[in-house]
Design a protein around this ligand. Structure first.
Ligand code: NDP
Ligand code: 2IT
Length: 448
């Protein structure tokens, strides 16, 4: 049996209760076949695939905290330190009721290859909790974050493991976590990224994932002899990634006609008003119904199962920016039938494997999250650099480095796909380019 198939079987058997992790490993290993086949004897001998699919460690812990009524609440905390061959573990913290070990492991696994693609010295990890920030007071958020960090601080540090934001974790949560780390460890260091600008944060980190997604998309569009100007864009989500993706898309002359959240979506044929979206989501932390109430051209639709939501409209570019498996085969068919020209993932694994294959079969250029959303973690690594030299760079300096990194990633994945005879398969290109650097470091460092 081929080495890839052998390891896939083992991963499925060992992690049978972890569907998202199995999905991520299946996608990556399948697309690595040409590289693994070319090096099969060596990789098999060194158990490269067994080692790269098994996290260095997985930490799970109790997070008790007192709510505003004086009741004790208990959540479960996670940190999966996946692979530190090319740098300290690096990856976000997701706070969402759906969080479980499978989701944190899939995210940590993806992060290993994504971080490698940035060209910066960062390994892969991910953390989170099943805590639901929705409807909690600032006081409750602080109590949770302090309790979470009281345990997490034992395992992290500026040269060990550097967490950051993800779904449900923004500047407010990072601030509370940083305060607790500093208090317990008595260290003022860059242990978290996405920090506020007054205490070590980097300019352009807030915008970085969304802007980076558009820098990469713009390069892809250009390399297909096309331009962003006048393109109609569907975006899902209305959080950090979606908001700044919409902003940059509009700066590049495109028109974004949709955003969504977990309860519904907006169709705004005149183009999303990003300032209004920010007011509703970042300031008021309200539902999208408030966006629709404040804007005549906007339609609000309640989410119902089986509907295509933001993917039902005639658009040129689709940018899923909410969560995993939010774009399935039926959505892909609808988008292709409506003439979609490019798809790039702002979220992590938002497109199912079937839907991804459908885009590829229909010759729709498709870039997966580990390449397309790498601008966030790349800018986190730039924040780490600034913290190490105790300096802050200007917005323009960080933004131009980010743009250079994203354009570089597009060409790296395009070249890797071509090198292995799969021109235009950016999913394989990203997995191969990310994998090669990590594996070379693993081999150089011996059995560990
Ligand atoms: P936010 O918490 O800021 O926003 C998440 C958005 O997605 C919200 O609109 C949210 O709606 C929606 N959403 C979340 N879960 C679900 C769900 N189960 N069903 C439907 N909608 C959902 O997170 P981010 O914008 O930071 O993250 C979005 C995606 O991008 C994630 O996949 C994340 O891993 C990825 N990512 C984030 C990076 C970053 O720097 N922040 C970097 C790279 C990737 P609601 O408010 O109703 O929950
Ligand atoms: O998925 C991701 O890349 C992130 N959530 C950002 C991680 C980071 O360390 O900035």
């Amino acid at each position: 049996m081929a080495y890839v198939d052998e390891v896939l079987e083992k991963v499925k058997a060992k992690n049978a209760d972890q569907p998202e992790f199995i999905q991520a490993v299946t996608e990556v290993l399948n697309s690595l076949r040409p590289v693994v086949d070319a090096n099969e004897a060596q990789y098999r001998k060194l158990a490269i695939l067994e080692r790269i699919t098994e996290p260095d460690r997985q930490i799970m812990f109790r997070v008790p905290w007192l709510d505003d009524n004086g009741n004790v609440q208990v959540n479960r905390g996670y940190r999966v330190q996946f692979n530190n061959s090319i740098g300290p573990y690096k990856g976000g913290i997701r706070l969402h009721p759906s969080v479980n070990l499978s989701i944190i492991k899939f995210l940590g696994f993806e992060q290993v290859f994504k971080n490698s693609l940035t060209t910066l010295p960062i390994g892969g990890g991910k953390g989170g909790s099943d805590f639901d920030p929705k409807g909690k007071s600032d006081n409750e958020i602080m109590k949770f974050c302090q309790s979470f960090m009281t345990e997490l601080q034992k395992y992290i540090g500026a040269d060990t493991d550097v967490p950051a934001g993800d779904i449900g974790t923004g500047a407010r949560e990072i601030g509370f976590m940083f305060g607790q780390y500093k208090r317990i460890r008595d260290l003022y260091e860059g242990v978290l990224t996405g920090k506020g600008l007054t205490y070590g944060g980097s300019l352009a980190r807030t915008e970085a994932t969304g802007y980076g997604l558009l820098y990469l998309t713009e390069e892809m569009v250009k390399c297909h002899g096309d331009k962003m100007e006048g393109k109609i864009v569907a975006i899902s989500g209305s959080g950090n990634v979606a908001t700044y993706a919409a902003q940059k898309a509009q700066q590049l002359g495109a028109k974004v006609v949709t955003v969504s959240d977990s309860t519904g979506w907006i169709y705004d044929p005149e183009g999303i008003d990003v300032d209004l979206l920010k007011e509703v989501k970042e300031v008021k932390r309200a539902r999208l119904t408030e966006y629709a109430a404040a804007r005549k051209s906007a339609e609000y639709h309640e989410k119902k199962n089986g509907e295509h939501g933001v993917w039902q409209y005639k658009v040129d570019i689709a940018l899923p920016c909410a969560t995993q498996n939010e774009l399935d085969i039926e959505d892909a068919k609808m988008l292709v039938a409506n003439g979609v020209k490019y798809v790039a993932e702002g979220a992590n694994m938002p497109t199912t494997i079937e839907a991804t294959e459908y885009f590829q079969k229909n010759n729709v250029p498709f870039v997966g999250g580990k390449a397309a959303n790498a601008g966030g973690v790349a800018t986190s690594a730039l924040e780490m650099s600034q913290n190490s030299e105790r300096l802050s760079w200007s917005f323009e300096e960080v933004d131009s480095k980010l743009k250079g990194i994203m354009v570089g990633i597009y060409h790296a994945i395009d070249d890797a796909a071509k090198k292995y005879g799969m021109e235009g398969n950016y999913v394989a290109g990203a997995n191969i380019a990310g994998f090669e650097k990590v594996v070379n470091a693993m081999i150089a460092q011996g059995v560990c």
